[in-house]
Ligand binder design. Structure first.
Ligand code: ZN
Length: 196
């Protein structure tokens, strides 16, 4: 393999990452080459470390390095509330707002029949078994307000309803169609207070 092929391979692999187009990939590839070898070594070993050591929490399915994540293991977090998010970045956004003191569950996506995302492909069974615990009094659906988010919220409300369980949705502070992941802390805090 000559050097052009090697650089092209690097560019191609970087292009596979989300929001990295061919131009950005090329810029990154040449930047990496221009820097001391230690940058490439550190970067690749950090990526490898993160990928090999980070696993899913057995309870909430968020990322963790232990069997049980720090939030699930924290006795000061309220066990009576479970806040459902589609993905770990949404959970991180809500944690940054530092308002919510209950537990979480990560669904792993939103229902989308066109892309073959069916209920069986999401972490619904795990959530269902947690909800069966009568100690849980409230399920807060913090799902994006796009078509998939609405369909998922409707499906879950039908499937998980039981006596003495309040199923609420994050309030209207989050604009319709907006991503929770990118909402600012004040908006999230307000949405939590005005959930319905
Ligand atoms: Zn957890």
């Amino acid at each position: 393999m000559n050097y052009e092929d090697l650089i092209q391979k690097l560019i191609d692999q970087l292009t596979e990452l989300p929001s990295i187009g061919p131009k950005s990939a090329e810029r990154l590839a040449f930047y990496i080459l221009s820097q001391p070898e230690s940058l490439a070594d550190d970067l690749s070993s950090t990526i490898h470390d993160a990928r090999s050591k980070v696993i899913r929490c057995e309870i909430c399915m968020n990322y963790t390095v232990n069997r049980i994540c720090q939030i699930c293991a924290n006795p000061n977090r309220n066990d009576r509330q479970i806040l459902l998010v589609a993905s770990p970045p949404d959970l991180a956004a809500i944690e940054r707002a530092a308002t919510y003191k209950g537990k979480y569950h990560v669904l792993g996506g939103l229902l989308d029949p066109l892309s073959d995302i069916t209920p069986a492909k999401l972490n619904i069974a795990q959530l269902e078994s947690r909800i069966h615990n009568p100690q849980v009094q409230e399920l807060i659906l913090a799902l994006n307000t796009n078509v998939e988010g609405e369909a998922t919220a409707y499906y879950l409300t039908e499937r998980l309803s039981r006596d003495n369980l309040v199923i609420s949705r994050l309030g209207l502070g989050i604009p319709v169609g907006a991503d929770i992941e990118y909402a600012d802390e004040k908006t999230i805090a307000q949405a939590l207070i005005s959930r319905n």
